[in-house]
Design a binder for this molecule. Structure first.
Ligand code: FAD
Length: 383
């Protein structure tokens, strides 16, 4: 039997995050977004609620939940704002998760408590100026062992949460030999490690995204995460999970568009009646709800396979593809329903419109998802 209903605990968490998003995020995010300011107070609030610890066991200070519970929280946050949702997503799935999954006991004891409590953030530096889809082909960052230290040289592009006041370190992928990729922890403030200024972005304006450069950066050999040469396999695993999380963020944005549109069509009048009386707009909103619902089912299905310990690669790609399409389509339709006001920054739908595009790019583009789905179907490598 298939049962996609939430447990009492999951429903309680969903309601708690829904309330937090409404009361602590919605009133302030428009101003922060406009100024491109990082939402420090909101991050602290999410930390107090335990959101950064959702999928981690209690022995590491976590909430003892699972990855699906994290996705529920991400969806509720993204219904109101995606910069906040992606800050949590990256903090957990790209910051803390690699340490939890692959780190040594010492690394876990040292870093996890403060990441899991949300006091500190960590980032994952994979993408380079030379390419994000073809990671091995585009990778130029190197790390060589010199005595008991790694010496790192190179650069990384578009790294989320890498330069906030509370960022502790970046886990960096680097070539440690010919065709050998490893992951290494580089604490912020290490000499030679430069965190660039924030990019000026189309959307996710309150999320921290920076370019990083490494110039003979020396860190202890013990900063290697997991086995030498396992970096490629590690990030593939992290990205598979991350795709379900990005699908959840996308569903939240798609649902937020429905929420805002439902409210607006009851308030706004044209030609003597509420615009919600016009069938053209009712059909638009019905289609938006269909997209959000379908995408939610897709990410629930991928998460169910993941939690059951079964292979979920294809389902994660399907969920990310369907959900990011839903987010883009709903953002376009919602701004249309708002007419000229949809183009004004003071309305949330304008923010949703700007934020939706990156969902088709981050953590694997839509083309990369199609490549992965085609491969899972047994099709030969394409050119
Ligand atoms: C706001 C933001 C935050 C990010 N955060 C992080 C982060 O925290 N950590 C991190 O490591 N990275 C991060 N990224 C990077 C992101 O994951 C990459 O931008 C993404 O993977 C695409 O890589 P690229 O930009 O190099 O595009 P490219 O790989 O250069 O792709 C360009 C185009 O070519 C297409 N393409 C490439 N190869 C093929 C092919 N074989 N067949 C068909 N089409 C193809 C792509 O789909 C795309 O349309 C972030 C990016 C942004 C914009």
């Amino acid at each position: 039997m298939i049962d996609f209903s939430l447990t009492d605990e999951q429903e309680e968490l969903r309601r708690t995050v829904e309330r937090f998003a409404r009361e602590a995020v919605a009133p302030v995010i428009g101003d922060l977004y406009e100024r491109g300011a990082f939402p420090y107070e909101i991050v602290a609030g999410m930390g107090k609620l335990g959101l950064f610890g959702l999928p981690f066991p209690e022995e590491h200070g976590g909430m003892g939940g699972d990855y699906f519970t994290l996705c529920l929280a991400l969806e509720e946050l993204a219904r109101v704002d995606s910069s906040v949702a992606i800050t949590l997503e990256a903090g957990v799935s790209l910051g803390a998760m690699p340490i939890y999954r692959f780190g040594t006991d010492e690394q876990k004891a040292r870093y996890l408590p403060r990441l899991v409590s949300g006091e500190r953030l960590a980032a994952f530096g994979l993408t380079e100026p030379g390419g994000g889809s073809d990671v091995p082909g585009g990778m130029r960052t190197t790390a060589r062992l010199d005595g008991d230290e790694w010496v790192i040289n190179g650069s990384k592009s578009f790294i989320t949460n890498s330069g906030t006041d509370v960022t502790e370190f970046v886990t960096v992928t680097a070539l440690t030999g010919e065709k050998e990729i490893s992951t290494i922890i580089v604490p912020n403030g290490t000499p030679g490690f430069t965190v660039g200024k924030k990019y000026s972005k189309v959307g996710w304006s309150s999320s921290d995204t920076r370019e990083l450069s490494f110039d003979d950066v020396r860190v202890p050999a013990a900063n290697l995460v997991g086995e030498r040469g396992r970096g490629y396999a590690q990030f593939l695993q992290i990205l598979d999970e991350g795709r379900i999380a990005i699908a959840a963020v996308s569903v939240g944005l798609a649902q937020g568009c429905v929420d805002e549109s439902l409210r607006y069509v009851r308030e706004r009048e044209a030609f003597g009646r509420e615009i919600g009386r016009y069938q053209a707009l009712q059909f638009k909103i019905a289609d938006m709800e269909v997209r959000a619902h379908t995408a939610r089912v897709a990410y629930y299905a991928a998460a169910a396979k993941m939690l059951a310990g079964r292979s979920f690669k294809k389902e994660a790609s399907i969920a990310k593809l369907v959900a990011s399409n839903a987010a883009m389509d709903n953002a376009r339709d919602a701004t249309q329903i708002f007419g000229g006001y949809g183009f004004m920054n003071e309305y949330a739908v304008g923010r949703f419109y700007r934020d939706a595009k990156i969902l088709e790019v981050g953590e694997g583009t839509s083309e990369v998802q199609r490549i992965l789905i085609a491969r899972a179907l047994g099709l030969p490598p394409s050119v």
